[in-house]
Design a protein around this ligand. Structure first.
Ligand code: ATP
Ligand code: MG
Length: 328
């Protein structure tokens, strides 16, 4: 992203290492997050995403390296002194307080004048599409609504950096998708900088300006969704993001996506020949699985072509865009 070169660095993780007593944790994390970006930490369970987020928020001490915000080290500051706000997976609104009181709590601590506070809260509730809910209690709201209030509460404190740890994971698929779109809009409207954590690659692709793919406590690759998808740098990234076929080729592993394979009828017209195993209609396109030696390969084909094919037919495959890796 060339345009980010001129942008201000908000967060700088400088060779950050956090080890728990048992040796687990993250090491040598180097990451710069620019003003106005949504950067997502993505990776399988246990790879260290929450650990990084908690060190940024100040809920965990670091073992080595440094954390800078707008150029200043914050590593020694307690959470409440950091210019960050964190939203956890469980909403942690105070159940005995109304929505208004929940939102006012942090503002009161900052001695915000009452009339100004009322305006800020009204506007913020509009922004998260929860206008008019001031007098309700958290228990009277759905999960998605509570999560919007939790995000509103952190935004009211105007953090330099908003930290979101799987904030939508408790929600069902449809609301999750809505929340993603809403978060993206709020982020754009306010121009805030967000570090988002998820293990859901689709969520990461949909939401992020850049994605940090993690594996076992380390960073594998940092890039835009398109860079990560089109040019995975490791076998782990290739297998974690999107659908990928892995074929053995001369001692290497060739990775090719189902949409990058062209299927031709009959033998000898492509890079390899294969036999049709299954044909699955998935709406506007068809997924074919074919067998080549011991490899089963998934390919996307048009409905038109699929209707001319039958199980057991010989086809040939042209392998388009692909990556080569040393065999795992
Ligand atoms: N308080 C702790 N004490 C010791 N080890 C911990 C502690 N918290 C996390 N770990 C270990 O550190 C590693 C990273 O954990 P972390 O919670 O950061 O993973 P994660 O990527 O957030 O996973 P998930 O997607 O499941 O939330 C794991 O191996 C975990 O077992
Ligand atoms: Mg986690």
């Amino acid at each position: 992203m060339s345009e980010t070169n001129e942008k201000k660095v908000i967060l700088d993780l400088a060779d950050l290492t956090k080890k728990y007593d048992n040796g687990d944790g993250v090491e040598h994390i180097n990451l710069k997050v620019y003003e106005g970006e949504i950067v997502t930490l993505l990776g399988p369970s246990g790879c260290g995403k929450s650990t990084i987020l908690r060190t940024i928020g100040g809920f965990l001490d670091i073992t080595d390296g440094d954390i800078l915000i707008a150029g200043e080290s914050i590593a020694a500051l307690p959470p409440e002194k950091r210019p960050t706000a964190m939203v956890f997976q469980s909403y942690n609104l105070w159940p005995h307080m109304t929505i208004y009181e929940n939102l006012a709590f942090g503002l009161k601590l900052r001695k915000t004048p009452a009339d100004q506070m009322k305006n800020m809260i009204t506007n913020m509730l509009e922004l998260v599409s929860m206008g008019g809910s001031e007098k309700k209690y958290p228990g009277q709201l759905s999960g998605g609504q509570q999560q919007r209030i939790a995000i509103a509460r952190s935004l009211l404190l105007r953090p330099k950096l908003l930290l979101l740890d799987e904030p939508f994971s408790a929600l069902d698929a449809k609301i999750r998708q809505q929340m993603r779109e809403e978060l993206k809009k709020i982020q754009q409207d306010l121009g805030i900088t967000v570090v988002f954590v998820t293990h859901d690659q689709e969520e990461a692709m949909a939401l992020s300006h850049r994605i940090v793919v993690m594996n076992k406590g380390k960073i594998d690759q940092i890039g835009t969704p398109a860079e990560i998808y089109d040019d995975p740098k490791t076998l782990h990234v290739a297998s974690f993001i999107g659908e990928m076929n892995f074929l053995k080729k001369e001692g290497k592993t060739l990775a090719v996506r189902p949409e990058d394979i062209t299927v031709c009828e009959g033998a000898g017209q492509g890079d390899i020949d294969a036999t049709v195993r299954t044909i699955m209609l998935l709406g506007h396109y068809v997924v074919l699985t074919v067998q080549h030696n011991e490899d089963v390969i998934k390919c996307n084909v048009t409905r038109d072509l699929s209707e001319r094919l039958a199980i057991g037919d010989t086809v040939s495959l042209k392998l388009g865009k692909h990556s080569l890796f040393d065999a795992a």
